[in-house]
Design a protein around this ligand. Structure first.
Ligand code: ASP
Length: 306
């Protein structure tokens, strides 16, 4: 399963735009299917799918990351292996094309779970990550979006529209995530983002926080969230979803319903998630008008929605 962010998405008004989103999801899902069919691991599949979405400026991650209050990009990403509960996470990183790959190296090569800012950048240098120039991220769309938000001192989800952010109705990108179950039965999850538009310098959302924006445990589920990070942080939503399955024995769909209800009632949270449960059932839920997402259930048809 993959997602390309939650929000209003009212800006997707014409069919060509909608097709572009759905096509991007489809290409990434096909890539993931290929990896898994060849016997690749769920961890490999979610990393590669997330990296592909980071490379697409259509989405708010990697190349298409939104800008912070200083008009700069600061990205967060995390990846988790459901077999071992090992996780790797980075926050506030700059000039890295694929933060999800850096998160994977934190998982594989460091004794830590999370590295931030300058420390994460030094770790990236140590592991041969190339630093890409600022202009790689500064697309005309992103600059226009930031100028509007900055002028009005507003912060918002990338996909927000007139209703939530009157001056950001033309925005059209979103945070990304992937979850997978492989042929050995292992689960994995990945989430990567530029955060929210015009966010404060140093702000970290839910995406890189294990248990908030990402979680994977073979005995429960793999989850990737998107939405207002502060809401997801306050209810630790990804781990809450896992706990619902762990402690009540609920299957994925029922857990997803309880989880989204919990997000709404506790903090009036805005956003959603994709989830694969331990039996390989694909589930999703969102409180926003839409969430771009897609899935391949048990090796079947590719389905994409928003
Ligand atoms: N959850 C992300 C954050 O708050 C934003 C998003 O999902 O669009 O940083």
């Amino acid at each position: 399963m993959v997602h390309g962010g939650a929000g209003a998405l009212d800006n997707v008004t014409n069919e060509a735009e909608a097709v572009r989103y759905l096509e991007a999801m489809r290409v990434v899902l096909d890539h993931g299917r290929h990896i898994l069919e060849l016997g690749g691991s769920a961890l490999e599949a979610v990393e590669q799918c997330a990296a592909l979405l980071e490379d697409d400026p259509l989405f708010n991650a990697g190349a298409g990351s939104v800008l912070n209050e200083e008009g700069r990009v600061e990205m967060d990403a995390a990846i988790m292996c459901g077999q071992t509960l090992n996780a790797g996470s980075v926050a506030g990183v700059r000039n890295i094309a694929n933060p999800i790959q850096l998160a994977r190296v934190v998982l594989a090569e460091s004794e830590h779970v999370m590295l931030i800012g300058e420390g994460a950048m030094r770790f990236a240098d140590l592991h041969g990550f190339e630093r890409v120039a600022d202009h790689y991220f500064l697309t005309p769309d992103r600059i226009a979006q930031w100028e509007k938000a900055h002028r009005d001192h507003r912060m918002g989800l990338d996909h927000d529209c007139e209703e939530q952010m009157p001056d950001l109705r033309n925005d059209k990108f979103g945070t990304i995530g992937a979850v997978a179950k492989d042929s050995k039965g292992n689960l994995a999850a990945a989430t990567s983002t530029g955060g929210i538009v015009n966010k404060r310098f140093g702000r970290v959302g839910d995406s890189p926080i294990v248990g908030a924006g990402v979680y994977a445990d073979n005995s429960t589920c793999a989850v990737s969230c998107t939405g207002f990070g502060e809401d997801f942080l306050r209810v630790a939503l990804a781990k809450t979803l896992s706990d619902i399955i762990e402690f009540t024995g609920a299957e994925g769909k029922a857990a997803a319903e309880r989880g989204i209800d919990y997000l709404s009632t506790k903090v009036n949270g805005r956003g959603g998630f994709i989830m694969i449960d331990h039996d390989g059932r694909c589930c999703s839920a969102f409180t926003t008008k839409r969430m771009i997402h897609g899935w391949i259930e048990r090796g079947g048809e590719t389905v994409c929605r928003f």
